[in-house]
Design a protein around this ligand. Structure first.
Ligand SMILES: NC(=O)c1ccc[n+]([C@@H]2O[C@H](COP(=O)([O-])OP(=O)(O)OC[C@H]3O[C@@H](n4cnc5c(N)ncnc54)[C@H](OP(=O)(O)O)[C@@H]3O)[C@@H](O)[C@H]2O)c1
Length: 263
């Protein structure tokens, strides 16, 4: 589907990947509405892109509905907002668990539900769900993040089949570790086992490609991570044994500690 001239709702626009996405979608000719919680940062992104802005907390259920109602005319949803949700499950309070599930999974599901209704009626639209390679491969100390991204993957692939023939496409864009900006780069950690990273610009390229070509799944990651995650997805017991032998605890601990305040 053409991005030029389309109305795009982008969530998580104040984040590292989101702000690059906002610029890229604008350059592609989109009429953009950006969303996030931090009003000042959101205004800066909106002003830079000539976009509309809606402040919304995706952990607040009424905010999700308000956002969808405000953007009922959207032709394209890019559901990009997420919390890092890293760390061991036992370290999470019930409230923090709810927030991770609400922001990372419930909000994109409900936004898709509310916006596709209008898109199907118009016979035209596209939903892009920004997942993660963590939606394909489980790792230590990421049980909640894995839960939301595995869930998002199943949702995206099934919704795509449900909407087949309606004129509304669904794509899942799954980045690996992203350098320069975003939740991993902000942690200051090195990647476990020196796995190579990708740039926010490559993620934006993946989103644009997904919409234009109606791609089912776009994995934005180096070859080694795409291969390892494919193997881990098929053989989780084998992947667990390999990971247990790898020396990744230091990198994992650094990421978890850096992201602890964002639960
Ligand atoms: N960075 C990576 O290495 C990486 C790798 C794989 C996948 N991803 C995925 O890429 C997407 C973007 O990640 P990022 O690295 O850009 O993350 P980020 O820099 O931490 O930004 C996260 C975005 O989500 C928004 N957000 C968080 N909680 C929210 C809430 N309660 N309500 C509304 N918005 C909320 C934040 O906005 P406010 O703070 O303004 O609310 C921010 O705009 C996510 O889906 C992430 O899972 C990232």
């Amino acid at each position: 589907m053409d991005i030029a001239g389309s109305h795009v709702l982008l969530t998580g626009a104040t984040g590292g990947i989101g702000s690059v996405l906002a610029a890229r979608l604008t350059a592609q000719g989109a009429r953009l509405t950006v969303s996030g919680r931090q009003e000042q940062a959101l205004k800066a992104t909106a002003n830079a892109c000539g976009a509309g802005a809606v402040v919304a907390d995706l952990a607040v259920r009424s905010d999700v509905v308000r956002l969808a109602e405000t953007c009922a005319e959207a032709d394209i949803l890019v559901a990009n907002a997420a919390l890092p949700a890293s760390g061991d499950l036992v370290d999470y309070t019930e409230e923090q668990i709810d927030r991770a599930l609400d922001v990372n999974l419930r909000a994109p599901v409900l936004l898709s539900r509310l916006l596709t209704e209008h898109m199907v009626a118009r016979g035209r639209g596209h939903i892009v769900l920004v997942g993660s390679i963590s939606g394909k491969a489980a790792t230590k100390s990421t049980s909640l993040y894995n839960a939301t991204k595995f869930g998002l993957r199943g949702f995206a692939l099934a919704l795509r089949q449900e909407l087949r023939g309606t004129g509304v496409g669904v794509s899942l864009v799954q980045p690996g570790f992203v350098r320069d900006a975003g939740m991993f780069a902000d942690s200051g950690a090195a990647t476990p086992n020196g796995i190579r990273t990708v740039t926010p610009g490559q993620v934006a390229d993946g989103v644009v490609r997904a919409v234009r070509r109606d791609r089912c799944e776009v994995n934005v990651a180096p070859l080694e991570l795409r291969l390892l995650s494919a193997i881990a997805g098929q053989f989780p017991g084998f992947a667990e044994r390999v990971q247990a032998r790898a020396d990744v605890d230091g990198a994992v601990r650094q990421i978890v500690e850096a992201q602890r305040s964002r639960r």
